[in-house]
Design a protein around this ligand. Structure first.
Ligand code: ADP
Ligand code: 5GP
Length: 189
């Protein structure tokens, strides 16, 4: 069995990554979305087991102690992690796995999987536009938005460190670029 591909998408919160990924998974059926575990409260419109596996901090830390995560990170005061079993079994079974991770998670995946991990960084057109998108999404309070913007400025310093860079200014153009990059990775070019 040919091993599956491992594709990681990283972008500062509010860039539009979830919206882009949703369309990508609808359009490219051979992609298998990795559902992360998180202690963040569920947002309106999110479904447990689909968007995330939502859990208490106690459960997350127990799973972490049991080495169930291939990578995990504390992002914006909440824990996020990827289940090891899902990744190893998926790749062995030839599945093409798609991840949405923060930069710490990307670094951990690169350390473990090396060149097998294809990382795509999605940047917003500007930090000002990022703030507008976070305000428009209206899922976070002002303090959380400030924390996400500060984190974004740090993450943006890393934008040239990965395999591919896509700018999400015009949505349709960004989606077409992202789709082309993912198609290229899947074709093994
Ligand atoms: P992320 O998953 O990166 O945190 P979302 O996908 O939730 O971001 O997008 C944040 C907000 O920005 C949403 O309201 C979304 O509809 C909007 N958005 C996404 N892409 C664009 C774009 N290219 N132009 C304008 N708004 C966008
Ligand atoms: P959000 O709360 O907006 O859904 O995600 C916040 C941040 O956590 C984003 O940067 C997202 O990429 C990151 N994230 C989501 N799942 C994981 C994960 O499993 N591991 C890591 N390291 N980061 C994650």
């Amino acid at each position: 069995m040919k091993r599956g591909k491992l594709i990681v998408i990283v972008a500062p919160s509010g860039t539009g990554k979830s919206t882009l990924i949703k369309k990508l998974v609808e359009d490219i059926h051979v992609l298998e979305w990795s559902v992360s575990c998180t202690t963040r409260p569920r947002r309106n419109g999110e479904t447990n087991g689909v968007d995330y596996n939502f859990m208490t901090e106690k459960e997350f830390l127990t799973r972490k102690e049991n080495n169930e995560f291939i990578e995990w990170a504390k992002v914006h005061s909440n824990y996020y992690g990827t289940l090891k079993q899902f990744v190893d079994e998926g790749l062995e079974a030839g599945k093409n796995l798609l991840f949405d991770l923060d930069v710490q998670g990307c670094d951990q995946m690169k350390k473990i999987y090396g060149d097998e991990a294809n990382v795509i960084f999605i940047e917003p057109p500007s930090v000002e536009e990022l703030e507008k998108r976070l305000l428009k999404r209206a899922t976070d309070n002002r303090a959380v938005i400030e924390e996400r913007l500060n984190n974004a400025k740090e993450e943006l310093k890393r934008k040239d460190d990965f395999d591919y860079l896509v700018t999400n200014d015009d949505f349709n153009r960004a989606y077409s670029d992202l789709n082309a990059v993912v198609t290229k990775i899947l074709e093994g070019k």
